[in-house]
Design a binder for this molecule. Sequence first.
Ligand SMILES: NC(=O)c1ccc[n+]([C@@H]2O[C@H](COP(=O)([O-])OP(=O)(O)OC[C@H]3O[C@@H](n4cnc5c(N)ncnc54)[C@H](O)[C@@H]3O)[C@@H](O)[C@H]2O)c1
Length: 374
Amino acid sequence: MRIGVAKEIKSDEYRVALTPAGARELAQRGHDVLVESAAGDGSAFPDSDYERAGARIVSVDEVWAESELLLKVKEPVEAEYARLREGLVLFTYLHIAADEPLTRALLDSGITAVAYETVETDDRRLPLLAPMSEIAGRLASQAGAHFLEKPLGGRGLLLSGVPGVAPGRVLVVGGGIVGYNAAIIALGLGAQVTILERSIDRMRHLDEILSGRVSLVMSSSLQIESSVADADVVIGAVLVPGAVAPKLITRDMLGVMKKGAVIVDVAIDQGGCVETARPTTHSDPVYSVEGIIHYCVANMPGGVPITSTKALTNATLPYVEAIADHRLAEAVARDRALARGVNVLHGKITYEAVAEAHDLEYTPLDAVLPLTPA
Ligand SMILES: NC(=O)c1ccc[n+]([C@@H]2O[C@H](COP(=O)([O-])OP(=O)(O)OC[C@H]3O[C@@H](n4cnc5c(N)ncnc54)[C@H](O)[C@@H]3O)[C@@H](O)[C@H]2O)c1
């Protein structure tokens, strides 16, 4: 199959959808890999690395016009709508439930659009979102430690303490993928860590893997209120699938917190779990409300594109190989997780939540494609 890799043109996006290592795997399987010139520059992968891996470097027009499967990181921006076309399979983060103009552009073009974020296994895992949550969680503790420094507006506290001086306290609200990863970095920095979780099963699992190194406490409004009062860093990491994040940390609770404490609201991309949170950017990441530093960067993995690009390719490559080796119809027939990723096909919406979000007609995928393996 002819597989293209387009350069991202969305502002502040430095990731690329395929590493040279991934390009080599695909080339070795006999596929023709086209990489848009300079696509990997932001992730420190020059064109020459892709050429050595067996890919061809092409122009933007060629990559969009000649590919059968086009790999991207972010959704097409308006300037790219005219390039969408029938016969092309686009595989990328789409998030079209929140983007009506793009949904219409995809439908009108006849393109097939497969969204990373809706690829979902039978046990409800989201394998193409997980690596970004791992990165965001790890960055959250780093950011918290950093902004505790006095010249940056923080309390002026070293999270690890030193011999003779107690370490700082990190409170993680939500012990999923983000929360677990935040906790292990905070532990590594020497902090005292508490995780508040709502799921008993998840707490049992965290107890097994963290074996007593963190305090695991049932989450409730009362518990959150008393825990934030002691915390130097609070990390918001909750997710209620399919819903905006609940506002668990209210404006009133800021009043009981220590001045100069840091809140990192990782859930900001789902609206935030802190009442006073609003999205910020890597170039202007923090602001203060009632003396509490708020870090609310909505695309945290974008700050570390070298790591994020590699982690993303590690997760997407098996699916890319499946589509390339078997073509989309057979690949989705063999793998229900990949089938759930198909959002738009032949001018129809094949993902129910997207159709509902825009009040448009939903067509089950198996009404458009036969879902029995050949
Ligand atoms: N800002 C960014 O760049 C960025 C990057 C990746 C993920 N995220 C966001 O981070 C959030 C967490 O993602 P995740 O992958 O860890 O999700 P996850 O589903 O793995 O974990 C969420 C956890 O929150 C728990 N939870 C739900 N309600 C709770 C409550 N009231 N109190 C305590 N815990 C509660 C759930 O039981 C679950 O364990 C999501 O909103 C996600 O979109 C943001």
